[in-house]
Design a protein around this ligand. Structure first.
Ligand code: G3P
Length: 222
């Protein structure tokens, strides 16, 4: 499973990209609203930092306007993926952009039925939201599994992006069921990496290495 980062924060993208683990980036209007700078400059900088699909979401609300905005976003960089909502105008716009060869990520997907419609319209990626489904008392991981199973049984050339990820457990479960991608907030990347036994073990290795170095130094003096 490939790991994407779900943020528009350049410093955070640079930090996690430095780990060598990123295969792509997803953004959305809320994530963009949380950072300073022009939208286009942010997308261009992200494309410099990560060599992979970079989702840029449209804010238009009619199919015609979505197509126009999507074409403009796709023109920013060859790695831009146009992100469209899973609704009727979004499907219409996806079909039109897909015909032009522009990759689309259909977002705000919650069910296998929605995912099948997205794939059928020609979406290259579909993004089931796990955390937000949990938030309303449902089982987001089970909903994701239904999407993965349904699409796996079809002929569509579509990849599942596990979105609205809130914990390392979401990422692990997505990987185990065979989801193609998980898009992960920076905080969850930190949670995935951290382990007290790793810290404790490293502290001991460093102390033993220092003790040995001190001993060797002492021996040389004699
Ligand atoms: O990018 C879409 C998705 O990952 C949003 O996540 O945490 O706002 O539900 P969240």
């Amino acid at each position: 499973m490939k790991l994407f980062i779900d943020t528009a924060d350049i410093a955070e993208i640079e930090r996690i990209a430095g780990w060598g683990v990123l295969a792509g980036v997803t953004t959305n209007p809320s994530l963009l609203a949380a950072v300073e700078g022009s939208e286009d400059d942010i997308y261009k900088r992200i494309c410099e930092l990560v060599d992979g699909p970079i989702s840029a979401e449209v804010t238009a609300d009619t199919a015609k306007a979505m197509v126009k905005e999507g074409r403009r976003l796709a023109g920013i960089h060859p790695n831009i993926v146009v992100k469209l909502p899973t609704c009727a105008p979004g499907l219409t716009a996806t079909a039109e952009l897909a015909q032009d060869g522009i990759p689309v990520n259909m977002t705000l997907c919650f069910t296998a039925s929605q995912a099948l419609l997205a794939a059928s319209a020609g979406a290259r990626y579909v993004s089931p939201f796990v955390g937000r489904y949990d938030d309303i008392g449902n089982d987001g991981i089970e909903a994701l599994r239904e999407v993965v199973d349904a699409l796996f049984a079809t002929e569509y050339d579509v990849q599942v992006i596990t979105a609205s990820v809130r914990s390392p457990v979401h990422v692990q479960e997505a990987a185990k069921m065979g989801a193609d991608i998980a898009t992960i907030p920076p905080k969850v990347f930190d949670q995935m990496l951290a382990h007290p036994l790793t810290d404790k073990g490293l502290e001991k290795f460093n102390a033993d290495a220092a003790a040995r170095a001190a001993k060797t130094k002492g021996t040389r003096k004699k």
